[in-house]
Write a protein that binds this ligand. Structure first.
Ligand code: ATP
Ligand code: MG
Length: 230
C-alpha cells in the first residue's frame, strides 16, 4: 500500500503520552515531502526521540494522525513499515536471529559480500571478524555484547544494507569518537541522497544540509520552517 520511492511524512495534531501520563507531545503538526530532509532540534526531553519512535509505531498515539507515504500508519502492517522506514538511534534494536539476519532484516537478497563491503566502509568489520562464528553468530533480543559506539554503527550498517525509503537519524554519532564521526558524515550524506531523511541533533552543525527545521520545546512545536525563515 505504500508508494514506491522516497516517502513523505505528515504529523497532524499528534498528542502522545507514555502510559497515559502527562503528554510528552502536544498537538504536533509538521510535514515533509518525499526526498526532503528535516532537522529536529530541541532541548533534552523536548520530545525529539519520541517523534522518531512514533514513526515506527513503537507506541500508539492519543490523538491525531501520522502518515507515511500518505498512508495512516495505523493501517499498515508493521513489517511493511519496518522494511521502508530505517532508524539509527541512541540504542540498537536487536532480535533473535543470526548477526546476518539482524543486519539484513531477513532480506536474503543481501549477499555476504555486500555485508562485508558495507561493514568495512563503516568500521564494523573488525568486530565481526573477531567473532568465532562471524555472520552466523546468534544474537538475542535485548542482549548486548556491543559497545554503545558499535551499536550505533550496527544500526547504521543495517540502514545501508536494507535501503529504506525514509531514514531517521537520532543523534547517530553521539557515541562515536571524532575521527569515526568524520568518516561517517560522508557515508550519511550519501545515504540521504536517495531517500527522505529526518535528522535529530543537539548541535546545529550536523544539520547544515536540511530543507526544513522543526524546533521542539516541552513537547510543542516552537518553530517549523526553512532554515532561512527561522
Ligand atoms: P534527548 O535530547 O535527551 O534525547 P528527547 O528530545 O529525545 O531528549 P524524548 O526522549 O522524546 O526527548 O523524551 C520526551 C519526554 O518523554 C521526556 O520527558 C522523557 O522523560 C519522557 N519519556 C521518554 N521515554 C519514555 C518512556 N519510555 N516512558 C515514559 N516517559 C518517557
Ligand atoms: Mg532523544
Amino acid at each position: 500500500k505504500l508508494p514506491d520511492g522516497a516517502l513523505g511524512v505528515q504529523f497532524e495534531h499528534v498528542t502522545f503520552s507514555y502510559n497515559k501520563g502527562t503528554p510528552v507531545l502536544h498537538d504536533v503538526s509538521f510535514a515533509l515531502k518525499p526526498g526532503e530532509r528535516l532537522g529536529i532540534v530541541g532541548r533534552t526531553g523536548s520530545g525529539k526521540s519520541s517523534v522518531s519512535r512514533l514513526l515506527l509505531r513503537l507506541y500508539n498515539i492519543d490523538s491525531g494522525t501520522i502518515r507515511v507515504g500518505g498512508v495512516d500508519i495505523r493501517t499498515l502492517r508493521l513489517e511493511a513499515l519496518y522494511r521502508r522506514v530505517g532508524m539509527v538511534t541512541q540504542e540498537v534494536q536487536l532480535f533473535d536471529g543470526t548477526l546476518r539476519d539482524n543486519l539484513t532484516l531477513f532480506d536474503s537478497g543481501v549477499t555476504d559480500e555486500a555485508i562485508m563491503e558495507t561493514t568495512g566502509r563503516l568500521g564494523l568489520r573488525k568486530w565481526i571478524e573477531g567473532l568465532p562464528e562471524g555472520l552466523d553468530t546468534h544474537l538475542q533480543a535485548g542482549g548486548t555484547s556491543l559497545s554503545a559506539g558499535e551499536a550505533q554503527l550496527f544500526a547504521l550498517t543495517r540502514v545501508f544494507l536494507t535501503q529504506p525509503s525514509l531514514v531517521i537519524l537520532d543523534e547517530p554519532s553521539s557515541r562515536l569518537d571524532a575521527a569515526t564521526e568524520a568518516a561517517l558524515q560522508e557515508a550519511v550524506n550519501q545515504l540521504l541522497r536517495q531517500c527522505t531523511g529526518i535528522v535529530i541533533a543537539h548541535r546545529l552543525s550536523t544539520l547544515e544540509k536540511v530543507d526544513n527545521m522543526l524546533v521542539l520545546g516541552e513537547g510543542r512545536v516552537l518553530e517549523f520552517g526553512s532554515r532561512e525563515d527561522l
